[in-house]
Design a protein. Sequence first.
Length: 133
Amino acid sequence: MSRRDDELILFFYGEHEAPAEIERELAADPDLARRYQALRRELSGLDALPAAEPRPGLEGRMWARVAPELATNGGDLVRQEVIFGKKYPLESYKVALELDFGVIYERASKYSGDLAPLARTAFTVVFRPNIVF
């Protein structure tokens, strides 16, 4: 799947940032229009399938994995990451500028054993510029 297919899929589901631009390109490029029609057929077929049901006992198996971690930390929040981002497409260069901003909270109790005395609670501000090709 190409980056272009990703854009056509977003367009199909109504999630593309510039739907008018995609509509213009589909009208002007017959090959792209054929590719979009093929993707529409595939996606419509997938959407028609029933949703997969989890195997019986999934919730119990998940809690069995999580419970020891919660017991270790008394149920306290150990790490939380909240990041917000925005992409700014530059179509003429075929790239997008991406800017993320957020915070990461890590509690000292995340460490045990020899590392525990060295650990500190940390609050980190994240500013992350990126170029997406």
